[in-house]
Design a protein around this ligand. Structure first.
Ligand SMILES: [Mg+2]
Length: 299
């Protein structure tokens, strides 16, 4: 786990660094609050901070306040080091948003266990976040998380003037699978289907479950012809799948219909409007006989 040390005093700084590395943490070392704040502006900032109170340029409580004010995914656990152990100071530190304190000169074992508490809280938060954003059956993003991430991508693509495409796909005659083979087999089909979508997508694409047997794929950077190519690859790989039910009976074959839509740069586009156009294209694919890809805006 990535940690950050902010400490202006060289001996204490070196001790902290040595201990943390010895306990297996990735460590970034800074000499004051403003240097630490620089690190925090960058992506992949550390989740755990051990900061001295008194430092030049920016002190520990100010650093903590700034971190608390920023919008950052994932919690930052903040331990303040202080020579000041007075009750008013402790309260002031908590008011700045610190999670914990350590009075200098600190005890090595105490430091170790206080860091462990922080690590436990960070990991719990990550687990909760995972549960809240993942579809439990298929392991892809759930609808809300997919929409949130797509909104972020739309903002980024509009800012950078780069393309983005969205696929909406629906398994053909899925109800029949449940009726003929039972719900357990239906669930297996959904899992295998999403595995196939994930495997056929590019590393920066992301897949979400939109509804029962409806799935969505965001393709950042993909123009219309690339998105058609990805959708075609997915469609073919689904068609070739042989899904063996748990009871070992005859393999189940499925197909899926795909609709693709591209981000419009000249409008106030959002995830909802993009999904709606992909959905219309998908229904066109259904009407035209299923197991095909239709692109929004193409005749
Ligand atoms: Mg100091």
């Amino acid at each position: 786990m990535k940690t950050l040390i902010a400490e202006d005093e060289p001996v204490s700084r070196r001790m902290l660094e040595t201990f943390l590395r010895k306990w297996g943490y990735d460590v970034i070392v800074t000499c004051d609050g403003s240097e630490a704040w620089e690190i925090f502006q960058k992506p992949d900032a550390p989740n755990l901070v051990i900061s001295d109170w008194m430092m030049p340029n920016m002190n520990g409580p100010d650093l903590c306040r700034k971190i608390r004010e920023m919008e950052k995914s994932g919690y930052t656990y903040f331990i303040l080091l202080t020579a000041m152990g007075k009750k008013e100071d402790v309260i002031q530190g908590f008011q700045a948003g610190a999670d914990d304190f350590l009075v200098k000169p600190f005890d090595r074992e105490e430091l170790k266990y206080r860091i462990r508490i922080g690590e436990r809280i960070i990991k719990l938060e990550q687990q909760i976040l995972h549960l809240a954003t993942t579809d439990s059956l298929t392991g892809v993003l759930n609808r809300r998380a997919f929409i949130e991430r797509t909104e972020e991508q739309i903002h980024r693509c509009v800012r950078e003037n780069s393309p983005l495409a969205l696929l909406l796909t629906d398994i053909d005659y899925f109800k029949k699978i449940n009726d003929n083979y039972g719900h357990q087999a239906g669930d297996l089909v959904l899992q295998k289907f999403t595995d196939q979508l994930t495997r056929s997508s590019r590393p920066y694409d992301f897949v979400g479950r939109y509804g029962g047997e409806e799935f969505v794929v965001s393709l950042p950077g993909a123009d219309m012809s690339q998105s058609r190519a990805v959708a075609d690859r997915m469609r073919k790989s689904v068609e070739e799948m042989k899904i063996i039910p748990q009871d070992g009976s005859e393999p189940i074959r499925v197909t899926a219909s795909f609709g693709a839509a591209s981000l419009l740069m000249d409008s106030k586009e959002n995830a909802e409007s993009l999904i709606k156009r992909a959905d219309e294209a998908m229904y066109k694919a259904k009407r035209e006989g299923r197991n095909r890809v239709c692109v929004a805006g193409e005749e």
